[in-house]
Design a protein around this ligand. Structure first.
Ligand SMILES: [Zn+2]
Length: 190
């Protein structure tokens, strides 16, 4: 699946464009607490799981300009995954491939995405424990007519979205994006 995806550079640009659009919407909406004007206040993140890009990547974010409020508003992101600073895409792909049955061994996977076996195991555990128990998943899983087997996450979830490998990964990232921020009122907490 990984090999059939477009180049990393193009994906990175595309995800950044999606993040910019989401950020613009949040900025237009104003401060979630007092409706005050939001100021750009991005913060740098060093993406792990992507060794080809050693520079910090900026998580788009805002800060309320009203004295005494100053609430931060961080838009949803397709590039970052919550407090985990791994690029969302890498995280999802690693989860799917790490499930096994994909014909990709741990060694190859390590080369493809540059993460250790231990990291992969941790990510797998995230999907089968924290994610499954999250309020987000408890609410969202009802949307699928045929129940999704927890042990088959995230592969089975990915399979429920239409389109080619690229379309499905993007759809899955969008589906998961409410998990990437806790600073907006409609965002569920893990
Ligand atoms: Zn405010």
């Amino acid at each position: 699946m990984y090999q059939r995806l477009p180049g990393k550079e193009r994906i990175r640009e595309f995800l950044l464009r999606c993040d910019r659009e989401a950020a613009e919407e949040v900025r237009r909406g104003g401060c979630p607490r007092c409706s005050g004007r939001l100021h750009q206040a991005d913060y740098p993140r060093k993406p792990r799981g992507d060794d080809t890009n050693p520079d910090p990547v900026f998580r788009l974010s805002f800060c309320c300009g009203v004295e005494g409020c100053r609430k931060r508003a961080t838009p949803r992101s397709l590039r970052f995954f919550g407090r985990k600073v791994y690029l969302g895409l890498t995280f999802v792909i690693a989860g799917v491939l790490g499930q096994g049955g994909s014909g990709v061994g741990a060694g190859q996977l390590q080369k493809l995405i540059g993460v250790s076996r231990r990291t992969l195991r941790r990510w797998r555990r995230w999907w089968t424990t924290l994610f499954v128990e999250s309020r987000f998943w408890q609410a969202a899983r009802g949307r699928f007519q045929t129940p999704i087997v927890a042990a088959d996450l995230p592969g089975q979830l990915l399979d429920r979205f239409p389109g080619n490998a690229h379309d499905r990964v993007i759809a899955l990232l969008r589906f998961l994006s409410p998990l990437t921020t806790s600073s907006l009122p409609e965002s569920p907490a893990l």
